[in-house]
Design a protein around this ligand. Structure first.
Ligand SMILES: Cc1ncc(COP(=O)(O)O)c(C=O)c1O
Length: 431
């Protein structure tokens, strides 16, 4: 497949933009080589600047659950843009989007809109600290919550792990109040609460891990988080930036039937425009300025274009009673098809999937499943990279890292999934 124009544009980008990208996940660091430069997208397809077509399982890293350029979203945007692009003042559309979120996500009573997932998690942590008057936060190894200083941390040497900075520029002071625990490790959660319970403001968790590949939280793990936070008077924050409106209409909290105190949202909630939200029970949300004392603000928060795309997307989901049956069908067909093809070719993989999320893990000799960061990190990255490039050259666009999650949309029909599986079969044979 010829991608010469992509190569040239990316080369120029490296002279203008650090690494040629405005977000590192796009840089093909995990698979090597030059990223594809895209021109347009429609439904389940993306088209690059050289005129190649790809079946897209990245979906802008999650948001495009209706498929690209859905007419309902495009019409809403055209209509909104003609009325002005930003007012910095209240609009009816903000109420409409908040009402939809409250209606669809079970634990949410009030919502504050922001502009990204990172902003949502940063603000949720501040709220948990402000509301409880405590400082410490528990975060799980392998979970990503955006580029928030106190969450860009790595495991230190202590057993119940006090975090250290994971990026230059994050101060030891910022990291010091974050405690790192292994994902899905119930005993470690209980031990950490036994040691630090009275100091813990909140626990932030991806209820389904999506940033070490797709790693669903076990029910026992998530229930333990709920029970221990209640006992300790700490807040439970479900980071549903990825899982919100993707694992189920009401997110992972509806799927598991476990209610957090605070929920963070992003991706699907903005329908492809920059939107995030943090939300929760009224009495907690009313601790935020201007009602309460926890300060948070944003010039473009609740922007009319962003809210229009969000409303159009959530309305389309809400009005289709079969929406998640379609998403589940596409993901299950894809994941089970890939697992069967791998078995035929004698390639050892696990393909966990839930809602519109799945990952093909090239398991190490010692693992039969991926349940946490250590088992994810042991996967065969070189084999994944070969698989990725083979599929890319056949016109299938996967996330460019073993540690990312594939996403499906309602535009991924049976025929499109079956076309993908044909390519996957060839890719396994070529490994
Ligand atoms: C679970 C989770 N939280 C937060 C974020 C940060 O969101 P954003 O990239 O919109 O800042 C991401 C981004 O991928 C995410 O997956």
């Amino acid at each position: 497949m010829n991608r010469e124009k992509s190569r040239q544009i990316f080369e120029q980008a490296t002279t203008l933009i650090p690494g040629g990208v405005n977000s590192p996940a796009r840089a093909f660091g995990g698979v090597g080589g030059s990223p594809v430069v895209f021109e347009r997208a429609k439904g389940a397809y993306m088209y690059d600047v050289d005129g190649n077509r790809y079946i897209d399982y990245v979906l802008s890293w999650g948001p495009m659950i209706l498929g690209h350029a859905d007419p309902r979203v495009c019409d809403a945007l055209h209509e909104a843009v003609s009325r002005g692009t930003s007012f910095g003042a209240p609009t009816l559309a903000e109420n409409t989007l908040a009402e939809l979120i409250v209606k669809m996500v079970p634990s949410i009573e009030k919502v504050r809109l922001v502009n990204s997932g990172s902003e949502a998690t940063m603000s949720a942590i501040r709220l948990a600290r402000g509301y409880t008057g405590r400082n410490k936060i528990i975060k799980f190894i392998g979970c990503y919550h955006g580029h928030v200083d106190s969450l860009l941390v790595a495991a230190g040497s202590a057993a119940a792990t006090l975090a250290v900075p994971d990026s230059p520029g994050v101060t030891p002071g910022c990291a010091a109040d974050t405690i790192l625990v292994q994902y899905n490790d119930v005993a470690a959660v209980c031990e950490t609460f036994a040691q630090y319970g009275a100091e813990i403001a909140g626990v932030i968790v991806e209820p389904v891990g999506g940033n070490m590949g797709c790693v669903p939280g076990s029910r026992e793990f998530l229930q333990t988080l709920r029970d221990e936070t209640v006992k300790a008077g700490s807040l439970l924050i479900f980071d549903e930036v990825m899982t919100g409106f993707r694992v189920a209409k009401g997110g992972a909290q509806e799927y598991y039937g476990i209610m957090p105190d605070i929920t963070t949202l992003g991706k699907v909630v903005g329908g492809g425009l920059p939107v995030g939200a943090y939300a929760g029970r009224k009495e907690i949300m009313d601790a935020i300025s201007p009602v309460g004392k926890v300060y948070q603000a944003g010039t473009l928060s609740g922007n009319p274009l962003a809210t229009a795309a969000g409303i159009a997307t959530l309305t389309a989901i809400d009005e289709d009673p079969d929406f998640y049956a379609k998403i589940d069908r596409a993901t299950t067909r894809l994941a089970e098809g890939i697992a069967a093809l791998a078995a035929e070719s004698g390639v050892k993989v696990a393909v966990p999937h839930i809602g519109g999320m799945a990952t093909v893990f090239f398991l190490s000799e010692e693992d039969d499943a991926v349940v946490d960061w250590p088992s994810s990190s042991r996967c065969d990255k070189a084999r994944f990279a070969k698989f990725f490039w083979n599929l890319l050259d056949q016109g299938v666009y996967l996330p460019c890292s073993q540690f990312e999650t594939m996403f499906t949309s309602v535009a991924h029909t049976d025929a499109i999934v079956d076309e993908t599986l044909e390519c996957v079969g060839k890719a396994f044979k070529a490994l």
